[in-house]
Each structure stands twice: as C-alpha cells, then as structure tokens.
Design a protein around this ligand. Structure first.
Ligand SMILES: Nc1ncnc2c1ncn2[C@@H]1O[C@H](COP(=O)(O)OP(=O)(O)OP(=O)(O)O)[C@@H](O)[C@H]1O
Ligand SMILES: [Mg+2]
Length: 387
C-alpha cells in the first residue's frame, strides 16, 4: 500500500454509533469519511476509493451487504466490517460468507475491539496488495523469461543451421585442398608435354596426367558419398605403400617444397595397406610437406631431414613421418588436426592439410596421431589395416 493513509468509510444511520466510531479513529493515521445512508455511501465508494468500509447491516435504503458488494466490485481487495444490530450468529456468518472480513455487534461498547478489528482488516489489505504486486512482478518476470527462452531457442536453431553450413564450408575447403596437389601435377605435366618432342616421354606424361585426373575424379566422388552418408564405397582397394610414397615424392619434387631437405625413406618391401593408392599418396604428401616446411623454417642452414618409415605389425601397416624441425608444442598437439588450424602466415597455409589426412585415414578405418618429444621434431604416425 502506498504511503497515503488508508481511507475508512463509516456508515450507520444511528448518529450515536457514528459518533463512537469517529471517536475510535480520531488521532489515528487514517482518512475518515462518514455518512448515514446507503445511497451517499455508494456514491462515495464510486468516487473516492475506499480501503475499509465499516457499515451497519441494516440501513434505511441500500443494505450494508449491498454496499459491501459494490465495494468489492470496485476493488476486490478492499476490506469490509459489518455491524450487526442485536445480531444472531447467522447474520454474522452470512456477512463473513459474503466477504466481510469481520463483524461488530451493537452496542459498540468495546472501543478497543473496534479499533483492533479495523487495523487487522487494514493489515490484511496491505498484505493482499503487496501479494498482488509481487504476483504481478512475478508474472512480468515470467513473461520476460519466456520471451528470452523463445529467443534462445530461435538462436539455437539458427546456430545449428549455421554450424551445418560451416561444416559444408570446411568440407568444400578440404576438397579444394585435396584437389590442389593432383591438379598441380596435371598442370606441370601438361606444360612439360608442350615442350617435349620425344613421343615416348609425352606418352608417359600423358599416362600420369590420366592418373592424376582419376585421383581428382575420386576426390570429387568422395564429396557425393559424404552427401549421401549411407553410400558405402564397397570397392576394395589396396595400395602399395612404396609406390604411393614414390608418387608423393615426385609430386613434391615438382615444387620447391623439398628444396634442400634430405628425404630418408625406409619402407618394408611389398607392404600394402587397405586404402586407395591416391588417398595414401595424399596422406604422405601432406605429412611430408608439413615436415619439410617445418624443417626449412626452423633450420635456415645445416642438416635438414624428413624420415619416412613404413612397416607391418600384425594386421596393421604402420607409417611414421619424422623430421628434425622445431616439433609441436604440447598444447597444440590436439589442435593440429582441427580444420583451419595453422601457424603459417595468411596465404601460406590453410590449416587443412592435417584435417584432410585425418579424414582420409579415419574413413579407411585407420588412426593418425602425433607426438613431439622436446628437441626431437614432430613424429606423425599412421596406422592402417594391412592388405
Ligand atoms: N611436422 C611438423 N612440425 C611442426 N609443426 C607442424 C608439423 N606438421 C604440422 N604442424 C603444425 O600443424 C599446423 C597445421 O598443419 P596443416 O597441414 O593442417 O595446415 P598448414 O600446413 O598450416 O596449412 P596447409 O596444409 O593448408 O598448407 C601447421 O600450421 C603447423 O603449425
Ligand atoms: Mg600442411
């Protein structure tokens, strides 16, 4: 309730009773109105909000109970105390049933009782209004929360949508990364053909171009099978590890990637893995290229090497690419396979090489990991099912 004093309306047709009531509340922190008939009281209730009505039940015109009804209509929380003349208990009970807070019995000989009941009614009114305010606040807060929740849901579904899109973007960039190396081979060979007069050499270049083009076609096919996840590639393909390594090395040799880097190769003869040759070539190419880049960056001069070893162990073909570069900080070991993770300056690296390696190896039921003991360079290890 606001700070203004509560408005009490006293209604009784007996002047003595009104006098007593006025006396009871004189000096209290209330605003008093008083009248002797129902019509005046009803008009007052309409024009000047009443907080507590103390009314005689039997008035000459409108009954006290009707006044109470009108009061509640104006303000359901407003309080009323009914004065019953020579009351039977029944009328008192009726009054309570009708929403009166309390009743007083004539004659009003206990002044304190009147005052106590009035203040109790006002206290109840104060609490009810406070509760109503709290409830309104609560409902408003609730509505705000619901709105926020709806907004969060909308955002979440947008986010899922954009994550899907980002996934497709990553995939597209990965495919571009994969395609770039065989494409580089095709271009290099085509240029060589333009300047070549010897037919057998031209033929051999052309054969290689066909191989690289097949590779590109296969990479693009992978995209279609990614789009239709259930489409299992059931052609069993196996790769000769030494051959794939040879191809990767030749492709790298056409670029300056290996300039001044010694490639130490140690491959178990006849070792075959259950993977397409072109895929294994991609894996080796990316690992060797990274290693060479790291070594060149780290050692402007002096000994630079990349070692590639491959051997069989049980049902597995194991490959290891090791270099004498700076190695990888422990905190980054987990990150290097993430798409777009790169420490290279913009334009030099996309951060997709190792992600492509990871995707190729895992889709062929293999595993790839890396360790980097301090001062020993990086050691990438690939396990693939042996053919
Ligand atoms: N042999 C390595 N030695 C040290 N750091 C490496 C080695 N291989 C990879 N890294 C680190 O992992 C990062 C990610 O390698 P990844 O091949 O995925 O991308 P990139 O080489 O940076 O770019 P891209 O391959 O697209 O040219 C590299 O930027 C580098 O920091
Ligand atoms: Mg790379």
């Amino acid at each position: 309730m606001s700070a203004r004093p509560p408005h009490l309306l006293l209604v009784d047709d007996e002047p003595v009773i009104l006098q007593i009531l006025r006396a009871v509340f004189a000096g209290e922190a209330v605003r008093l109105s008083a009248c002797a008939d129902g019509a005046t009281a009803a008009a007052l209730i309409e024009s000047d909000p009443v907080d507590l009505l103390i009314t005689d039940k039997n008035l000459p015109d409108i009954s006290g109970i009707e006044l109470m009804r009108r009061l509640k209509q104006r303000d359901p929380l407003a309080e009323a105390i009914l004065i019953t003349g020579y009351a039977s208990v029944d009328t008192a009970v009726d009054a309570l049933a009708l929403g009166a807070f309390d009743y007083l019995r004539k004659p009003l000989d206990d002044v304190f009782d009147v005052r106590r009941k009035a203040w109790r009614a006002l206290e109840r009114l104060r609490m009810a209004r406070e509760n109503r305010q709290l409830l309104a606040d609560l409902q408003r807060k609730n509505a705000e929360l619901e709105a926020a929740l709806a907004e969060t849901r909308a955002l979440q579904s947008e986010l899922i949508q954009s994550e899907k899109l980002a996934g497709i973007g990553t995939l597209a960039a990965g495919i571009a990364h994969e395609v770039s190396s065989p494409l580089f081979g095709v271009l290099g060979l085509a240029e060589a053909i333009l300047e070549e007069d010897e037919l057998p050499v031209v033929r051999s270049h052309a054969r290689e171009i066909v191989e690289y083009s097949e590779n590109i076609r296969h990479i693009v096919q992978e995209l279609t099978s990614y789009a239709r996840a259930s489409d299992v590639d059931d052609e069993e393909q196996t790769a000769d590890v030494a051959l794939a390594l040879d191809d990767a090395q030749r492709l790298l040799a056409r670029t300056a990637a290996l300039a001044g880097v010694e490639l130490r190769l140690q491959v178990e003869p006849g070792l075959r893995a259950r993977i397409r040759g072109t895929e294994l070539q991609q894996v080796l190419l990316n690992l060797i290229k990274n290693a060479a880049e790291a070594v060149i960056e780290h050692r402007p001069e002096g000994e630079r090497w990349v070692a590639v070893e491959a051997w069989s162990e049980g049902g597995l073909a194991l490959l290891r690419v090791h270099d004498n570069g700076p190695g990888i900080a422990p905190a980054r070991l987990r990150q290097v396979f993430d798409p777009f993770f790169t420490t290279k300056p913009p334009g030099r690296g996309t951060g997709l090489g190792l992600n492509v390696v990871y995707r190729i190896v895992t889709r062929n039921s293999g595993q790839v990991d890396v360790d980097s003991p301090p001062g020993e360079g990086a050691r990438f290890r690939v396990r693939l099912p042996r053919a």
